[in-house]
Design a protein around this ligand. Sequence first.
Ligand code: PNW
Length: 478
Amino acid sequence: FDRGCWAINYTFPDNFLFGTATSSYQIEGAWNESGKGENTWDWYTHNYPERILDRTNGDIACDSYHKYEEDIKLLKELGVDFYRFSLSWTRIFPSGFPNNVNYEGINYYNKILNLLAANNITAMVTLFHWDLPQRLMELGGLTNPRFIAFYTEYARTAFEFFGDRVKYWLTFNEPFQTCMFSYGDTRLAPALGMSGIADYLCGHNLLKAHAAAYHLYNTTYRSKYEGKIAISISAEWFEPNNTYDEAAADRVRQFWYGIHMHPIFSSEGDYPEVVKEYIATQSSLEGYKRSRLPQFTPDEINYIKGTSDFMGLNHYNTYLATNASSTSLETSYYNDIQASYWLSSSNMEDSDTARIVPWGFRKLLVWVKNTFNDPEIFVTENGYYDFGDIDDRGRISFYGQYLEALLEAIYIDNVKVIAYTAWTLMDNFEWNLGYEYKYGIYYVNFTDPDRPRIPKSSAYFIKNVIGNRTVVSYDRVV
Ligand code: PNW
C-alpha cells in the first residue's frame, strides 16, 4: 500500500452525526416467523432462486430477528450517534392491507427502539426498503394508484406505534432503484422488465405516497414527537466524458435522480424540464399519443414540493457519460435518456481505481447544493463491497477518502452535510448478488447457525473516525 494519506486538518462539525445502516429483508431472516406475511423478496427468491447470484435468499440472513441485541452491542462498540434500519411491512401487516396489525411484529420493533434508546443511540427508520407485501405486488405494486392509500395507512401505523422514539423517518429508500430496477428492468424483485412505462408509473405513485406520508406526519405527529421526515435518494455522479458532453451528463443525472429530487426539492416542483421533454419526444416517435411519463396536476405539484425536512442521499459510484443519439424505437427508459455511461475506468470495472472516486462524491454534493437551494444533506448510505477480507484495506481506503471528500465539501464548498451513514453495519443479503458481495464493516459467518459477527479492520477505522471526529491516518489503496 501507498502510505499516501495522513489525518487532514479538518474535524467534523460538533453537531455532525455518524451512523450505520441496514434494511429489514437484508438482515432479519425469520421470514415466516411470528406472523410475518410474504413479501416480494420472499416470493422472488423462493420461486426464482436462479435469479440470485449464489441462489441464496434472506430466509435467515443475519438472523437479526433473534440477534438484535448483539447488533445493538456492535453499534455501541462503534460509538455511533444513530442507527438506520427499516421496518418489514409484512411483519406489521402480514397481508399488506392495513387491517389486523400483527402485534408480534410491533413488539419486535419496540424491543429494538427501546434498546437503542437505553444505549443513547438515535433511531432512523426507513418505512420502505424494497420488501413490498406480495399481495400488493399482485395488484401492481407501486404502479397501482391505490398503493398510495395503503402505504399511507402503513405509515400512520408506524407513526402511531413508534413515533415517540423515532427521531428520523425516511419514507422510501431510493426511488430510482425501487422503480427502475424492479419495474423497469429485471435486476431486483419482482423484475417486471417494463422499461419506460412501469418504472415511470412507479416513480409517480412513489412521489405521491411519499408526500402523503410527509403531510400526515407534519400535521398529526410532528408537534407531539418533534421528529424529522425525509426521503433517501440514491445519486451516482455522472462526469462528462468530453467537455462537450456536459449536457449529456447532466441529462443522465436528471433521469437518475433529478426525476425524484426536482419534484420535492426545487422551488418550482414537478419533473425536470429535460426529462419531460425527452420522454415526450421519444414517446411520440414510438407512436404513443401521449407521453409515457405521467403528468402531475398543479395541485399535485404543490402537494409534493417541499416535502422533505432534509435530503437523504445515498452514494456509491462515479460514471462517465457521453451523448448518444439512439434511433431505436423500442420503448425503454435507457432510450429516453439518449446518452450512454459507464463506470469510470471501465476497463477495470472491479478495480479500486474505478470504484474509489472521492472527487465524484464531492462534485455530487456541490451539484445538489447548487441545483436545489442548498438543502441540508444527510448521507444515508455510502459504502464499498469486497469478497470477505477481515483485514479489509480496500474498504478503509474507500471510507478514508470519501470522508475527506465530504469534509472538503463542508469546509471548502460550504455544502450543508449534517450526517454520514456507512452502508453497512454487517455483511448481509446483497439482493441479486446474494452473500458473495460484502459491504459490512462487521463480518458475518453465514455457514455458522449462530451467525457470529466479527469486526473487520474497517470497524476499528470507523470507530476511530467517530471517536476522534476527524479522518485518522490510513493507507490509500489507490
Ligand atoms: C443500495 N446503483 O442500493 C441499497 O439501498 C442497499 O440496500 C444495498 O445493499 C446497497 O445499495 C449496496 O448495493 C443500490 O447501481 C443499488 O447505482 C444499486 C445502485 C445504488 C444503490
